[in-house]
Write a protein that binds this ligand. Structure first.
Ligand SMILES: [Zn+2]
Ligand SMILES: [Zn+2]
Length: 187
């Protein structure tokens, strides 16, 4: 059963200092509010499923971050829903267990007061999983560069007809003479 976490902070105190102990989690968490990605709808809940494992250094989180994201097709700009499912493995280190000569825990990935903050984990997983160039379908034909028609839906005649009447008026437009033209006229 999925339980909802109203913020990103998860109480794991029963696992602290119990190496070998573990707990399965199936959580719904809100997407980080300030995770602004252009043209992306991140309003759907994020699901985190996996195992929290107590290790000597702290708490190891292993599982998957899954989310349905609304994006825009990079070719035709139509909305496209993308299901993300990103494997995650993160150690939330107990600062008191980190030897003095070791690297400090990554910022945010710390076990504090028996709690871990899932925000950086969710944030990294979403950023890693979102496709840079989403497609509504693999063979999306995109928009016509001349008239802007969605070529998945209509067959515009732009490429077939170079004398497209919609642009004909531009050919009668005389641009002001540039400096080169003036120089030539004087010689
Ligand atoms: Zn498309
Ligand atoms: Zn066209």
């Amino acid at each position: 059963m999925t339980s909802t976490l109203h913020d990103h902070v998860l109480d794991v105190h029963e696992l602290v200092d119990q190496p070998g102990a573990s707990r399965r989690v199936d959580l719904a968490v809100a997407a980080p509010g300030d995770l602004a990605l252009p043209l992306a709808d991140l309003s759907a809940p994020v699901r985190l499923g996996g195992v929290l494992e107590s290790v000597v250094e702290g708490i190891l989180v292993r599982g998957h971050v899954a989310m349905d994201v609304g994006l825009a097709c990079s070719r035709c700009l139509e909305p496209v829903g993308v299901g993300l499912d990103e494997p995650v493995t993160e150690l939330y280190a107990d600062p008191s267990r980190v030897p003095d000569d070791a690297e400090p825990p990554d910022e945010g990935f710390e076990l504090r007061d028996g709690r871990i903050d899932l925000d950086p984990l969710v944030r990294d997983a979403i950023a890693a999983a979102i496709p840079a160039q989403p497609r509504c379908r693999p063979d999306c034909a995109g928009l016509c560069p001349q008239c802007g028609a969605n070529r998945n839906e209509v067959d515009c005649d732009c490429s077939d007809d170079p004398t497209d009447t919609r642009w004909a008026a531009l050919r009668g437009l005389r641009l002001p003479a540039g400096p080169d033209d003036t120089a030539r006229a004087e010689t």
